[in-house]
Write a protein that binds this ligand. Sequence first.
Ligand code: G6P
Length: 609
Amino acid sequence: MCGIVGGIAERNVVPILLEGLRRLEYRGYDSAGIAIVAGQNIRRKREVGKVKGLADSLDADPMSGTLGIAHTRWATHGKPCTENAHPHVSRNKVAVVHNGIIENHEDLRCAQKRNGYEFTSETDTEVVVHEINHALETTGGLLDAVKQTVKKLEGAYALGIISTASPELLIACRKGSPLVIGVGIGEYFIASDVAALLPVTQRFIFLEDGDIAALKTDQLVIYDAKGHVVERPIKESGLKPDAVDKGNYRHYMLKEIYEQPFAISQTLEGRFVKNRLQENAFGHNANEIFDRIKSVQILACGTSYHAGLVARYWFERFARVPCDIEVASEFRYRNPVLAPDTLIVTISQSGETADTLAALQEAKRQGAKYSVAICNVPESSLVRESDLALMTRAGPEIGVASTKAFTTQLVTLMLLVIAIGRRFHLPNALEEKITSELFGLPGKIEKALELNDKVKELAEQFAEKEHALFLGRGTHYPIAMEGALKLKEISYIHAEAYPAGELKHGPLALIDADMPVITVAPNNSLLEKLKSNMQEVSARGGQLIVFKDERFSASDDGNVQYIEISQVENEVSPIVFSIPLQLLAYHVAVLKGTDVDQPRNLAKSVTVE
Ligand code: G6P
């Protein structure tokens, strides 16, 4: 959701900013731009499309400078075009890059127009840069001008600010959108995400909401929301610069699909003692909280929501804890009623999804006393705002379509089911069985990955399709939903998922020889029911493609194609069945020639509403 990078150094920061943008491109890729302070001028370059376009333009007409900001955009206000691309500049004096949404931009714009400011874009951001410029004329100092301006801003923002008035100063501030400071030797950088700065530093300061940081080559001062000077700790990142490389894979998504066995081993690593989940796996005060809770409310968006849907079945089936789940963007505005002693479980790869954060805050406003975040980013806002957290340890996920984050979320959620289930009705024997299934997962996933060639062949039948239906039952219904989401995200084929039992209540009308119906068919107690649903499709000439457990005895109906998954126990089978569906979406997208890692109109981290 827009990537920001900036730097102040004694060397030329332009190549560093450009590399930072390449690494942040997953956040948005509608347009890219850069601005530097060059004497009495702001020099700026902006290009529509990907960072590559900006890099080509810089090759043709190089820029250099020791103070600069840059941006890769995911359009919210105003279409993707050069005029709307960041950085935005006010009267050749101040330049700003912004991630987030300024909600009161219309009021500010009216006032600024009255003050003689001319607008060159349709963005909400342009009001920020004019406001700072206006304040600069009256306060005389850039820092004071920024402090004055942010008081007037409503909404969410991470900002990088430079000005010809202070050629030795880079200002960064955040409220509701992420921003980190990269600490170098005699130089400082800012970025939306640590990954952008790994080539120049491994040392980071994570700004808190309301912070304003004033950065000079030899000095860093941070002011908190109340204006007090504060110290924020410097943290060492364990990530290597190549942690976000594609390696030998054609796409990040494929690399991340193949990383799943390792990612899951990492998620399990060190969390068990003698095959039992450690008592303090969720932190030292976790047990106190788990002892008190009486129900669970899950909140998440997108793929993370699908992980939560699976977990709801697990919480109720294994632990016998009442569990509800809702899409975060609905929950936050619904004025929900929460039962006392409900544990709020938020799930998010990034930990910065605006709706999920707002839903957590809403739950707290409604009296929720306990929260746990299932997250992939330890320093994220969600982790910081939750009482407890368990990291998914998937490693950086760059492909916009989530894969390894999803399966590691499922594993982590199962750990939560165990931790809570022990206090409810999870029998020891079942806990042991689940644990041993979890440890067998990396091997099962390796096996599922061996289906790659078969799935690739199957994908050829989809390249010309415009629609697809996905069916599943029980815990595999959310897996069907995730399969449909993957396909639509990256291949742009309209795909919908249904609980197979619902077929006869509407979607059956869509079935004809042209409609692929992908069915997720594990070997569980619902299999016979599912077979009847499959018959309903076959009888109407539908094109059935069944991902089935090898123990499932297939009919020899010529209309049905089977892809066989090696035997996997019911407790963890949703995790294994996700793999061929990820591969299917991937290969269909490759055949269709879409942009697999950066599909149109989407962004990885949605830090705006
Ligand atoms: C975006 C991404 C999805 C992701 C969703 C929630 O839509 O494209 O892949 O599932 O955000 O993100 P989160 O970081 O909260 O899991």
